[in-house]
Unconditional design. Sequence first.
Length: 321
Amino acid sequence: MYGLLRTARRLREIGLIGIGERNANYVLRYNQRKFYPRVDDKLITKELALEAGLPVPELYAVVRAEHEIAQLHETLATRDQFVVKPAHGSGGDGILVISGRRGDKYRRSNGQLMPCSEFDHHLSNGLSGLFSLGGQPDHLLVEYCVQFDPIFDQVSYRGVPDVRIIVFLGYPVMAMIRLPTRMSDGKANLHQGAIGVGIDIPTGMTRRGVWGTEIIREHPDTERSIVGLTIPRWDDLLMMSSCCYELSQLGYVGVDFVLDRNLGPMILELNARPGLAIQIANGNGLGHRLAKVEALERSGGLSANAEERVEFAKRNFPTLG
């Protein structure tokens, strides 16, 4: 009993919040339902980002109907690498990464060859809503396949790492990088076995990682340290994440980025209900950070300037420990 009380006290001290508190105090309060399509539909997100001058992976095609699948093979005839994703997908479900070809077959990122018939079946499932939120019929985006920055060569298994930054009322409050593993089949999805690594907001340096329920400092597949990496162009990532407040019109939002070795940082997607494992990855809770921004709101001190919001975040939200 004493141990449970001590744990509860420690969680309160670091400001850890749970799903109920996140939903009631932040998602429901600060995210108006009418703006959800801006982040729940990846095509709309991409269009809004381009209008705002923010970089996103190039769009090759949009598939909206079954008869367009056959035509897609012709559209992609000159492209060896691309990504197919459901516009309303979540948690990485339905994302298909093609890294090359052999004859009339596509090579997946895990090295397996996929016949055209299997490719067509996957797209057909996506259109029917198999991978979408609520199982509703969906459309599919076919876009540029990111070539990840070489800084991650030794700490990622096959797939592309991504950076998530949680933004509250325009202020970047917490960040992590998600590293693919063998268990996650090369996907940067924590629920499928990827690693979450906390990032210090002021410096852009990685601090520690979490893999499932285990706190780690090395990648389980490469055995290379995941601590002390400096995320390239960190200030640019913070600025772009802050700008996503105006783009999305959502007060509480997760912004996911990829870092391309040639094109630099690009916005991958936005999330109106970002998960809370980011707190464990950082060894810090969101509660105290969110409270500081709410204090600014109450005093009328919220800034309409992204640069000022980023500077506030860098002064106030270091990752301790």
